[in-house]
Ligand binder design. Structure first.
Ligand code: SF4
Length: 243
């Protein structure tokens, strides 16, 4: 009978690494990425549209079901790597048996884990039970092209802000100009996101764009007591997937 039961699996776009975590507080760290399919937003500048955009990509080719046991085996082969679960929006899968299985695997390891999320879905207890897991929360600004009622979900952001106060979450905002910094300030005030957990990442898909935007924003970011992160993978391997 059990042979007829499909093993718990997740929709996976990419498993890659070890490489480096390219951005945020762990930038530069040796990391293994699990990139899951599907997203509940459709940002204009999304750099991973192959995880969700069925109009531009054949998602049957881009995304495959991978048993959690296989994901666990892959992570075990790289015991020193930070595990980064990203997307798409990985928390869309929080209610599945496969997610519960993955969290159970991680709960009983000493692995450092990051979940990258757009901050629209509050974390469930199952996702909070992994001891060394932190959330990299990236709420989208107006520059994403998304209407505010889709990208700003107060209940979820309040939950992540509480976690940020306990050092279990940090916020990362993509910004192109000083108007974006004002928008970030409005959000950090509204949701009481602490400065120590606020990171700004200059928009850019080439090294030149990234550095130019970083130079334009750096002084203002420092003055506001926030942090700045570039995308190291864009600087090192522009345009390459699985980096
Ligand atoms: Fe892309 Fe992230 Fe926006 Fe989803 S939330 S569309 S993955 S940038």
């Amino acid at each position: 009978m059990s042979a007829l039961v499909a093993p718990a699996s997740l929709p996976v776009a990419e498993v890659f690494g070890p490489t480096i975590q390219g951005e945020g507080p762990s930038a530069g760290q040796n990391a293994l990425f699990l990139r899951l399919g599907a997203c509940n937003l459709s940002c204009t500048w999304c750099d991973t549209p192959y995880t969700w955009d069925g109009k531009r990509f054949d998602l049957r080719q881009e995304i495959r079901r991978v048993p959690v046991v296989d994901l666990a085996e892959t992570t075990a082969k790289h015991p020193h790597a930070l595990i980064v679960i990203t997307g798409g929006e990985p928390l869309l899968h929080q209610s599945t048996d496969a997610w519960r299985s993955l969290m159970a695997v991680l709960r009983y390891t000493t692995r450092r884990v990051e979940i990258e999320t757009n901050g629209t879905l509050a974390p469930k207890p199952v996702s909070l039970g992994v001891p060394r897991l932190v959330f990299n929360v990236s709420p989208k600004l107006a520059n994403s092209g998304m209407p505010e009622d889709r990208r700003i979900k107060p209940e979820a952001l309040e939950a992540f802000a509480d976690l940020a106060a306990k050092d279990r979450a940090r916020f990362k905002f993509v910004a192109a100009n000083s108007d974006d910094l004002e928008e970030i300030a409005t959000l950090t005030d509204r949701f009481r996101i602490p400065p120590h957990a606020t990171w700004v990442m200059p928009e850019g898909v080439t090294p030149e764009q990234t550095i130019a935007a970083g130079r334009a924003l750096a002084e203002d970011v420092i003055r506001r007591n926030w942090h700045l992160t570039l995308r190291q993978h864009v600087l090192l391997w522009p345009g390459e997937r699985e980096r």
